[in-house]
Design a binder for this molecule. Sequence first.
Ligand code: DNO
Length: 397
Amino acid sequence: MEKTWRWFGKKDKITLSMLRQIGVEGIVTALHEVPNGEIWTEEAIMDLKNYIESFGLRWSVVESLPVCEAIKYAGPERDKLIENYIISLENLGKCGIKTICYNFMPVLDWARTDLKHKWDDGSTSLYFDYARFAYFDIKILEREGAEKDFPADIVAKVEELDKTMTPEEKHDLVYTIIVKTQGFVNGNINEGDKEPIKKFKGLLDLYKGIDKAQLRENMKYFLNAIMPVCEKWDINMCVHPDDPPMEVLGLPRIVRTAEDIRWMLNAVDNPHNGLTFCAGSLSAGEQNDVVAMANEFASRTHFVHMRSCNVLGGGNFIEAPHTGGRGHLVELARIFTKEERRRNANNGIGLPMRVDHGKDILDDAVNDYNPGYGFYGRMLALGLVGGMMAAVEDELK
Ligand code: DNO
C-alpha cells in the first residue's frame, strides 16, 4: 500500500519536508479554505498539487470533498449543489487526482467526548463515553424524546452526572462534540461561531422526517448523479463509514454495518462507487467483524485508514495503539496488500493507506494539533503499520 498522511494544507505545523523524512509517500488533503458547496477550481487544485509535488510527494487522496447537508436531506438546492460537486470532480479529474473520500453522515461528522483520555504511561487517546454523549443530547441539547433513544442504565447515569457536572465541564463537552472535532474537517460549526448550540439544533431540525430509508434514497440519488463524471475521469469515490457506527442524536446513519455497506455498494453497482475502509470507525461498533468486512469489501475499497479501537462495554470505546484493539491491523495489512497486488496485475493502481489518528505522545500534548492528528503519535503509528506492511510483503514473496 502507498504510505499516505493527512496534511491540513500550507498552514499545517507539520510540514511536507518533515513528512518526507519519515517515509510518507503520498498526501491526503483538501482545499480546506473553500466553503462547503463551492466549486474547487482547477487553478486552486493545481496550485496545491504543484506545491505538494515540489517536495517529492504526490497528492494521492482528497479527504474530504464535503457533501452539503442539502444533498443529504434533499433540500430544494440539492441539484445545484450536486452540479457544483460534479464540476469540482471534473476539475480534480483534469488535475489527475482520482481518489475522493467523503461521508454521508447528517450534521455531525465523527464524535468523541474526551480528546485526552489518559493511559497509565502518560500518553492520551481519543475516547467516547456513551453516558456523557447522552448527557449532551438529553440535558444540553434537550432534544425532544432523546431519553427514549438510550437504554435505562444510561439515562440513570445521565441523571447521576447531572448532579455533579460543572458549567466548565458542560462547556468542554459541547466544545468537544460540536466545535473542536468538527471545524477542521469542514464541519458545520467552526471555532468562534456565535451560539453554536442554537446553530447545531437548527441543523438537526433539517432532518425531521428523514429516516434511514429516505437517507439511503438520497445517497443513491447523489451517487447516480456523479457516476458519469467519475467514469469519465476514472475517479474512485470512497465513502467514510459513520464514526462511531451507531445512530446518534435521532439522526439516521447508513454506513455503520456490513449490511449497510453491502446495500450502498449494490445500490449503485459501479466500481467507482467504493469505500474508505476506516478500520478505526468500524472497530468501534461491537456488531462489526472488521476482518470479515475487509475480506468482503476489499475489491471495492479505494482507501484504507489503519486505526483500531477497544470496545469497553456500555457503548464506550477508546482508540487503541495500532498494534492492539479490534481492528486487527496485521490481518488488514495482509488482506489489502493482497488486494493491491491483484489490482496491480490488472491495472497498476496502488491502494493508498494512511494511519488514522495517533495517541498523543511526547510533545504532541503541548502542540495544539487537530484532535487525533498529532505528529509523534502518528509517526509512531506509521512506523508500526509500516513494519506490519514490510512483514506482509516478506511473507508474500
Ligand atoms: C476524523 C475523520 C473524519 C473523516 C470524514 C471523511 O478524524 O476520520 O472527519 O475525515 O468523515 O469525510
